[in-house]
Design a binder for this molecule. Structure first.
Ligand code: ADP
Length: 508
């Protein structure tokens, strides 16, 4: 594989012109453990799948790397072997990876897949419903090291490696230690994005030798965290620049309440920490073009949402009642997403004139709770425990309101998708929810949703009641839906902000 194959332009230019050009339109390698549409458990995949497209539009040269999980179908995505037997030095000796590739959609960007069946040929990405895989440290240390060896093998050196979450946290450590003196690697800069501080990749210290990283890095001011190895902290300490996925979360994570123990590290790096709101890929999430819903619609004819509502209720076995609001929830079923709060208010909530549609997987106790409630309220509640993109879209389109009362929310995509589909978000004022949803004003003329502040059952119940009341005032509701649908959360703005940061890191 020669670099020319993935270089958009082969024009002959002088070295200084090339340097200038690369400063304006840098070469970016996005590294993530999940990328839409190949593998997804949450918003990270949406971001890693959509940002490259937006960067390409801005003229950057982009490639993406992720693991080759079992569920990534070689036939469906027309994967090609790029490299056989890439040698990957690990602490316990040399390992090998095969590298496959495909195009990202029809974009001029390649996606590389690191294949090693021992690590990635499994049903899950990070574990099973019973728990995380016991060898995740080894799996993702191997992934990190493979990415650097892939760069070398391709002889394609990016200006910035855009890293995402703990699974990629060792890459900057390798770069600043084992690769620091290696030709072509010393210029590589890193930007690390925190999608969720709650997942840190915390492992017992005995795994360190396996990574090949020396014990001298195992210090409090580096990657040690209460006598354990913390992959996320490694990313935060060794990367050149940090971002997180909303301005409010960027502030919150420097506090004890939201910092998950890393507030000190984050405060120390305040000057390099930026909040950039995730965008939404409107090619994927758009009721005007969505093939998964029975009747497409825009802000001008959003009354056609009713067809999705009818189908949704029919598919889930609930009676179609046009005048009763359908509340949707598409979410991981965890405390982070406010499920404990929902559990507290569910009885009085279901006593209102509402229908509640839930799609999600997560903690067993919430599966049990919803199963029991489903039996007790068969005409009001429908629950599906699975990950299902098609049904998710039908819920966004077929619901009138979208519930997202998160305890904390780095950015959150659900509320933005819901707004585009004219489903009014009911959210708590935290992180990205606070940056994207404006509370309906008392006279009903401003705002895009319903927002409550305190993480308390009565406050959630209050906005639920308020939302149902507003739903029963057709003029107010219609204008509210129109305002929500015309919000612009496209990637263009965010991608420009990333580009500015890439440029500023290059100047560092
Ligand atoms: P997080 O990444 O914390 O889970 P986000 O709101 O940022 O939350 O992103 C969640 C994404 O995953 C959205 O695109 C949402 O539609 C999708 N999603 C969540 N649960 C499911 C599910 N059970 N089936 C289909 N899509 C889901």
């Amino acid at each position: 594989m020669s670099p020319a194959k993935i270089t958009a332009s082969k024009k002959e230019t002088s070295p200084s012109a090339r340097t200038q050009d690369r400063q304006l339109k840098p070469r970016i390698l996005v590294v993530a453990s999940e990328v839409n549409p190949f593998a997804k458990t949450g918003g990270l995949a949406d971001v890693a799948g959509a940002l490259p497209h937006a960067l390409l539009k801005l003229g950057c040269e982009v490639a993406v790397v992720m693991p080759k999980y079992k569920l990534v179908s070689p036939e469906k995505y027309k994967l090609k072997y790029e490299i056989n037997g890439l040698s990957v030095p690990m602490g316990m000796g040399d390992m090998t990876a095969d590298v496959l590739s495909t195009r990202l959609g029809d974009a001029n960007a390649k996606v590389y897949f690191i294949q090693n069946d021992r690590y990635f040929d499994r049903d899950g990405l990070y574990g099973t419903p019973e728990g995380d895989y016991h060898d995740n440290a080894e799996r993702f240390a191997f992934f990190c090291r493979s990415v650097l060896e892939l760069i070398r093998a391709l002889d394609w050196y990016p200006d910035v490696i855009h890293l995402n979450d703990w699974q990629t946290g060792l890459i900057p450590v390798y770069l600043k230690t084992l690769y620091a003196d290696q030709h072509n690697f010393h210029n590589l800069k890193t930007l690390f994005t925190i999608h969720n501080l709650a997942y840190q990749g915390l492992f017992p210290k005995y795994i360190l030798p396996m990574t090949g990283i020396r014990w001298e890095e195992f210090r409090h001011e580096r990657l040690e965290f209460y006598d354990q190895v913390n992959f996320l902290k490694a990313g935060l300490v060794y990367s050149d620049m940090l971002t997180t996925v909303s301005p409010t979360y960027a502030e919150e994570i420097r506090t004890e309440e939201f910092g998950q123990g890393l507030q000190g590290v984050l405060t120390a790096r305040s000057a390099d920490l930026h909040g950039i709101l995730n965008g939404i890929d409107y090619d994927e999430w758009n009721p005007a073009t969505d093939k998964e819903i029975p009747a497409q619609y825009t802000v001008k004819n959003h009354d056609r949402k009713i067809e999705s509502k009818r189908k949704l209720l029919q598919d889930l076995g609930l009676e179609f009642k046009p005048k009763t609001p359908v509340v949707g929830l598409v979410s991981r079923l965890t405390d982070q997403k406010g499920l404990d709060l929902i559990a507290e208010v569910i009885e009085p909530f279901l006593a209102m004139d509402v229908q509640f549609v839930v799609l999600g997987t997560g903690d067993q106790r919430y599966h049990t709770l919803f199963e029991e409630l489903g039996k007790r309220y068969p005409d009001k509640l429908a629950v599906q425990f699975k990950f299902d993109n098609r049904l998710a879209k039908l819920i966004y389109a077929g619901s009138d309101m979208f519930l997202m009362p998160s305890r904390f929310e780095p950015c959150g995509l659900g509320q933005m998708i819901a707004m585009k589909y004219g489903s009014i978000p009911l959210v708590r004022k935290t992180g990205g929810l606070s940056d994207t949803v404006e509370n309906l004003s008392p006279e009903g003329k401003k705002g895009t949703g319903f927002v409550f502040e305190k993480y308390a059952a009565e406050d959630l119940l209050f906005v639920l009641r308020r939302a149902v009341e507003a739903f029963n005032q057709p003029k107010i509701w219609k204008e509210l839906v129109q305002r929500a649908m015309t919000q612009d959360f496209s990637w263009d703005v965010s991608a420009r902000q990333y580009l500015d940061l890439y440029r500023s890191i290059q100047r560092k």
